[in-house]
Design a protein around this ligand. Structure first.
Ligand SMILES: Cc1ncc(C[n+]2csc(CCOP(=O)(O)OP(=O)(O)O)c2C)c(N)n1
Ligand SMILES: [Mg+2]
Length: 924
């Protein structure tokens, strides 16, 4: 066992190396403690120690804070505020919501539909939502701006029920729950999505939350973004708050906890997490043997949050007041969650016997109570309006820290004994006739037995009519707070976009200088940011790679956002490119944190809707750590209809090749192709980048177009291989660049008119390889090769799929060929397609190529080596393209069958050291 001599210099935050300047006095204190334990017992000693700690902190004695407190409410009764609502009416509202939320799911289980839903999550959280709805959350029309609420995904039926009660949704809509295309009325679908999905219900849901763990991250960065907008003088957001409703099971997702420090460091006191601690997740208890609330308390407090526990309802107050020797608190502290769950799945007698009965002193506390009283009076804190209200008030008044409210509830509350606290409750979607009757009685819903028996699959919804007192009250409260929630609205001024001049420099090319496409993009960004009005709308987001991408030059000019400014003298303060943080900084520097960067991107990219202020996020990252690492966040960003630019820098499987397997991105375009909102481009040169960026800005932020057309995300891959950036060719095919391909360099056929031809297609860093191949084919084999720059395999495919679909569904229509077919038809010879990505990227267009199609690509794991060696290894370099082209021609009988082998021999195709395609270097 470790003795005092074994511990390090720091013990639990208390320095142990300090000299004792008065050992006698110290001994007196220690003796007093021993005496208290001897006379008053350990509980008394503990009490005194805690009081001493409290007093020490009050008097600014630097003692370490405790990570956990007793298993009781954080806010003592004497600090509870007066409850400003009409509890009776609010209870009635809550009952109606509970009923309708459950009926909505139950009816969606009707025969022939059976699409499911969740009942128990909302049942446990109804009070948490209702207190917010009636007293706290500001709607979009509030003069101070609306609050932003991340509703727990599986609680969506409750939000629909509330909107129905307020007259914002109809019964027909409720009946279309989870039948988004098939529930058709008068020819149009009238339906509701399963979960909060802005893309599916764009005037209602604001934040997608159902992929657990993303909500917490996005809420933190939403709160940060609100302060960012404020500090940069773009919008006064000082009155707006962000609330995130989360499950206790959800808190096991790494994403749920991984960014808590950001909220604390930024002092996001505009942020409140409400964690519904019903002690259960889908399969069973969250911490059967432990206590999730205690664990979360320690975790959040350790991360620097203000923690408010709402454990017990008001019925417990007199018992706790009478608990003079701490026996009840002791019992509360010791009982594991698994037992708490079991208590609520039983009855009052069980609670008396197995909870209070564990200690004679606690048994005595309730000896005058009936079993029913024990059952009905002793509620959990998250079901008590007063306690929840007190917590919300305290959270909104707290300054300098984000707050988490840990509210203890019962999963399936009020749904009856088959649901409440049962392990299976999360998955239960329908009620038996008996359940329905019991539930109706518990909630006092005026529905008769006969009505329930008539069709137990379709019990009626209940709405007391717009004149009813409860409805009037609900509407009045929402009216005062600025209107119904959730609600998404889109109302913003289109941006004044940069003119052609901003793109001039990058279109000029780099002369003789070798410049990587990343640099070309950074140069363009600099010019775009110089544009008056527009420049300040750009939100550069960088996870600690600014130097890699040559963006450190931004530090002293537009500065790094930090709500605390720069309180230290930076080590490089004397340098021109000094590291500079500022309250009004423009760069969102997330640290090494791609997940957080995507959350920041989402917050900025939806600002056109969440704040009515269009902002342009430009999130630049190591391309391997974008889609590969955070694709689910990008999916959610697309659901939320984010707009902006993702820049996958250091792209390619052989271009950053010094960095090797884990860094070498040879597939992000394929991953990008799975996201319907992403427009992915793999440009080769600066001028292509310029046109794509320009088109992206026009599409997403310009005055034209509407709807989903604008709700897209542009993804550009950028490389770090220095090469001469050509000037934009005269009359360049801009439409081709934007649609995905254009003819870059025709073969020089003079004197070789009748020689065989091939079409070489390449993207990104592969374009120089096919230029090399074009020359070799001409000089060594007399073959005419036309070169195409494919700026987007993905876009070519997307367009072709659209054509296919139209042809399939409207065979009667005359539909023009897909763009890729049109461009290649009539072009002589087979097609060879190559890039620094795996073949599947290029193969996306195969079926629409009107000629033989052959692809080369970087399939397999990356590795570290020189660029030329890696390209030779994957057989994507210039000579490999030549040999592939010759094979294709030989197969068509256009050249002699022996030629390809001769070529392979000539170029030593199987010798990786013989490769010469590309520049040396390849680190980041
Ligand atoms: C990333 C992810 N994994 C799994 C699920 C499936 N899932 C939905 S709800 C749920 C249990 C939720 O438990 P908890 O967070 O405690 O919420 P409660 O319903 O108890 O309030 C699970 C596993 C999901 N939605 N997202
Ligand atoms: Mg739970």
């Amino acid at each position: 066992m470790a003795g005092p001599q074994d511990v390090g210099p720091i013990l639990n935050g208390i320095p142990t190396g300090l000299p004792d300047i008065d050992p006698d006095e110290t001994q007196e204190w220690l003796d007093s403690l021993s005496a208290v334990i001897d006379e008053g017992g350990r509980a008394r000693a503990r009490y005194l120690m805690l009081r001493l700690l409290e007093k020490s902190r009050e008097m600014q004695v630097g003692v370490p804070s405790l990570t956990t407190t007793d298993y009781v409410n954080t806010i003592p009764i004497e600090h509870e505020p007066w409850y400003p609502g009409d509890e009776k009416v609010e209870k009635q509202i809550r009952r109606i919501n509970r009923w309708n939320a459950a009926m909505l799911v139950h009816r969606a289980q009707r025969p022939g539909i059976g699409v499911g839903g969740h009942i128990s999550t909302y049942a446990s959280a109804a009070t948490l939502y209702e207190v917010g709805m009636n007293h706290f959350w500001r709607g979009a029309e509030h003069p101070g701006g609306g609050d932003q609420i991340f509703f727990q995904g599986h609680a969506s039926p409750g939000m629909y029920a509330r909107a129905f009660l307020e007259g914002r949704l109809t019964e027909t809509q409720l009946d279309g729950f989870r039948q988004e295309h098939s529930h058709v009325v008068d020819g149009v679908p009238v339906a509701l999505p399963s979960y909060p999905h802005p893309r599916l219900m764009p005037d209602f849901w604001q934040f997608p939350t159902v992929s657990m763990g993303l909500g917490p991250m996005n809420a933190i960065y939403q709160a940060q973004f609100n302060k960012y907008l404020h500090n940069r003088g773009i919008k006064d957001t000082s009155q707006q708050r962000v609330w995130a409703f989360l499950g206790d099971g959800e808190m096991d997702e790494v994403e749920s906890r991984g960014l808590l420090q950001t909220a604390a460091n930024d002092e996001l006191d505009n942020l409140t997490f409400v964690i519904n601690c019903n002690l259960q997740r889908l399969d069973g208890p969250v911490r059967g043997n432990g206590k999730i609330m205690q664990e979360l308390e320690a975790f959040f407090r350790g991360a620097g949050w203000n923690v408010i526990k709402v454990v017990w309802g008001r019925g417990w107050d007199p018992l706790l007041a009478a608990d003079h020797d701490g026996a009840l608190v002791n019992l509360m502290n010791q009982t594991p969650d698994g037992d708490y769950q079991t208590f609520r799945a039983n009855d009052g007698k069980y609670v008396r016997d197995f909870f209070f009965g564990r200690d004679p002193r606690t048994r005595k506390l309730v000896e005058k109570w009936t079993d029913d009283e024990i059952w009905w009076n002793l509620k959990r804190g998250g079901h008590d309006y007063h306690k929840v209200y007190a917590a919300y008030r305290a959270a909104t008044e707290h300054e300098g820290q984000p707050t988490v409210i840990l509210a203890k509830t019962i999963k399936g509350y009020t749904l009856g004994s088959h649901f409440a606290g049962r392990n299976a409750t999360h998955q239960m979607k329908k009620l038996t006739l008996d359940d329905l009757k019991g539930f109706r009685d518990t909630l006092h819903i005026p529905v008769t037995d006969a009505q329930l028996e008539a069709d137990p699959y379709q019990p009626p919804y209940y709405h007391p009519g717009p004149e009813d007192e409860a409805i009037q009250y609900a509407l009045e409260m929402r009216g005062k707070l600025g209107g119904g929630l959730p609600r998404r609205k889109v109302d913003y001024a289109p941006l004044q976009l940069p003119g052609d001049d901003a793109y001039k420099a990058v279109k000029k090319g780099s002369g003789k200088q070798q410049v990587a496409s990343t640099m070309a993009w950074v140069r363009l960004l600099k010019d775009l940011m110089r544009e008056k009005d527009f420049g300040q709308r750009v939100v550069p987001i960088i996870p600690d790679e600014a130097r890699t991408f040559g963006m450190d030059s931004f530090f002293p000019t537009i500065k790094i956002y930090n709500p605390h400014g720069q309180r230290y003298r930076s080590v490089d303060a004397d340098l021109m490119l000094a590291y500079k943080e500022s309250e009004a900084g423009q760069i969102v520097h997330t640290g090494i944190n791609e997940a957080g960067s995507m959350a920041a991107f989402t917050a900025a990219g939806t600002s056109y809707s969440t704040h009515g202020e269009a902002m342009v996020p430009m999130y630049i990252f190591y391309s391997m750590f974008g889609f590969q690492r955070t694709a689910d966040s990008i999916w959610a960003a697309a659901d939320q209809m984010s707009r902006g630019f993702l820049l996958g820098a250091t792209a390619g499987r052989t271009t950053l090749t010094g960095e090797g397997l884990q860094h070498a991105d040879g597939h992000s375009h394929l991953l990008a192709s799975t996201n319907p909102a992403v427009r992915a481009y793999d440009p080769a040169f600066g001028y292509e980048i310029a046109h794509i960026m320009k088109r992206g800005l026009e599409q997403m932020y310009g005055e034209t177009g509407d709807g989903d057309e604008k709700n897209v995300i542009y993804y550009l891959t950028l490389y770090n291989e220095p090469m001469v950036q050509p000037a934009e060719p005269e009359n360049v095919d801009v439409e081709g660049i934007v649609k995905g391909m254009y003819r870059l360099a025709d073969a020089d056929r003079s004197g070789r008119e009748n020689n065989p031809s091939v079409q070489l297609l390449a993207s990104g860093v592969g374009v120089p390889w096919v230029m090399e191949a074009q020359q070799l084919l001409r000089d060594d084999w007399g073959v005419n090769a036309d070169v195409w720059s494919v700026t987007s395999w993905n876009e070519l495919r997307r367009e072709a799929l659209e054509v296919d679909r139209t042809r399939f569904l409207h065979p009667e229509q005359q539909v023009a060929d897909p763009y890729v077919t049109q461009r290649l038809s009539g072009m002589p010879g087979p097609v060879i397609a190559v890039s620094d990505y795996m073949r599947a990227v290029q193969d996306q267009i195969a079926q629409w190529v009107p000629s033989d199609f052959h692809s080369l690509g970087a399939d397999g794991f990356g590795f570290s080596d020189t660029r030329p060696a890696a390209r030779r290894y994957f057989h994507i370099d210039g000579p490999s393209v030549v040999v592939r082209a010759l094979q294709a021609l030989a197969a068509r009988g256009e050249i002699d069958a022996s030629v390809p082998a001769q070529a392979a021999e000539k170029y030593r195709l199987l010798d990786v050291t013989a490769g010469a395609s590309g520049n040396a270097g390849g680190d980041a």
